[in-house]
Ligand binder design. Structure first.
Ligand code: DLL
Length: 434
């Protein structure tokens, strides 16, 4: 079903006109209310009144996470704090997250955009939607919660429960849709198999998965094991959370909610805007957000635009599944982590070099992260097993406290991470098969 038919099936010409009008309003709002944009445009001698068409958008400077750090926590909000009714944030690479504020109206729009995601997957008011995303600073839980309520589905907020409890709930409450990361769905598959349970005992028919990259192969596996139809959906906290782009029944790219977000794809090296079909970095401009608008925001996500019309009747353009990142961000069970965050923690621990390597694997559907850490040999006698263990625990605990990351720690001798011939240490070894 198409939730907002009027907008999702708009004639392209009308949609583009609407985008320009909304863009102009947004530019005025940020220029007047956000010092960061005022300074940026003044410095580059940009007159926002010159932005008269979508083509002109490319003349505005790009923005990135790093640009916004100086605005922490609230400086980039375009409304007074009293008009903000919800605050989410990104995880933050060096302890400074990007804080995202929503006005009442932003929340209303967000719910409707997530309602589109759910409707495109066939979810209706008759469904029982089990949400396994965390209800936290990250946007998956609350974003889907209100979107599902918006279409009148019965929502089961089940995050925080152990996986067996999740399965029990799924079975007893007859949940018909699961909302989670694809990795978590795979974990459920493993646990069902391990416990000799038959997925047929469940009433699941649909899965909405996102927040991390996954492949067609993984979709086929989840669909066949859980006997469901699985849909991909994409979003990021800075832009709104889930509700930016989503798959319809055709499973051929993700429709962008273009009446709220303008998408561009750029070459991450030359920063040139690339034509549809060419792969590059996704850049978004929000055109209806009041609390935290973003102009030409670089996502770091790699994809391309599909312009060809879709069989489903929506006229919005689509993006291909996100295939990777331009930076070194890794996503572990839906949590975004930069190796630099791990490095910062290791720096604080005496005796650690900090030369390290992150090894990612997938066991029973769950991401497993191992951290190989070099330790200085003078501080450390390797045959003292207790000392080794307490050192490992110290690092482990720091990672949990600071990043919520549960990692296996392997201590290795100084200089054993291959760089004898001057080569760089490969920071991340991703052995997960998407
Ligand atoms: O992951 C929002 C979300 C929640 C989307 C639930 C979908 C479902 P962040 O935590 O800010 O927000 O992480 C955003 O996750 O820049 C991508 O790198 C990655 N990502 C999100 N969805 C997908 C997807 C939420 N479907 C970052 N495929 C983004 C690939 C995805 N990567």
């Amino acid at each position: 079903m198409i939730y907002s038919k009027e907008y999702e099936t708009m004639q392209r010409e009308d949609l583009e006109q609407l985008q320009v009008e909304r863009l102009q309003v947004t530019l005025n709002r940020v220029y007047r209310n956000v010092l960061f944009y005022k300074n940026l445009y003044d410095e580059k001698k940009i007159e926002i009144s010159d932005i008269k068409s979508l083509k002109n958008l490319a003349s505005l400077p790009l923005t990135s996470k790093d640009d916004l750090r100086g605005s922490y926590p609230y400086e980039a909000f375009a409304v007074p704090l009293r008009d903000i009714v919800r605050i989410h944030s990104t995880s933050g690479t060096t302890g400074t997250p990007i804080v995202v504020g929503y006005t009442k109206n932003d929340l209303k729009i967000w719910s409707c955009l997530v309602a589109r995601v759910l409707s495109a997957a066939g979810i209706t008011g008759n469904d029982l939607v089990q949400i396994a995303f965390n209800y936290s600073q990250s946007t998956g839980g609350l974003g889907f919660h209100y979107g599902a309520e918006q279409i009148g589905a019965s929502v089961i907020p089940a995050s925080g429960e152990e996986v067996l409890k999740q399965i029990q709930i799924m079975k007893d409450y007859r949940s018909s849709a699961l909302v989670s990361t694809p990795g978590y769905a795979l974990h459920i598959v493993s646990i069902l198999e391990e416990n000799g349970m038959d997925p047929q005992e469940l009433n699941l028919s649909t899965g909405l998965f996102g927040s991390e990259p996954w492949s067609e192969k993984l979709r086929t596996k989840i669909e066949s094991k859980l006997k469901i139809k699985a849909f991909d959906n994409y979003g990021l906290s800075e832009i709104i959370g889930p509700g930016v782009a989503f798959e319809c029944d055709e499973h051929n790219g993700l429709h962008i909610n273009e009446d709220h977000f303008i998408v561009e794809v750029i070459d991450p090296e030359t920063l040139e805007v690339l034509p549809a079909g060419m792969e590059g970095e996704l850049v978004f401009t929000t055109i209806t957000k009041e609390g935290f608008p973003l102009i030409r925001y670089r996502t770091g996500d790699i994809s391309s635009i599909i312009e060809e019309p879709c069989e489903c009747g929506r006229t919005t353009r689509r993006i291909k599944r996100v295939s990777g990142r331009t930076d070194d961000m890794i996503i572990v069970d839906g949590n975004n982590i930069f190796p630099s965050q791990i490095e910062a923690i290791l720096f604080e621990i005496e005796g650690v070099e900090p030369h390290f390597q992150i090894i990612l694997n997938r066991e029973e559907g769950l991401d497993v992260i191992e951290l190989k850490v070099e330790v200085s040999s003078n501080l450390f006698v390797f045959d003292e097993i207790r000392k080794v263990q307490s050192f490992q625990q110290k690092i482990q605990q720091q990672l949990i406290t600071s990043l919520g990351l549960h990692a296996k720690i392997s201590l290795i001798e100084s200089k054993s991470l291959g760089r004898t011939r001057g080569e760089k240490i490969k920071r991340v070894l991703d052995l997960r098969k998407l």
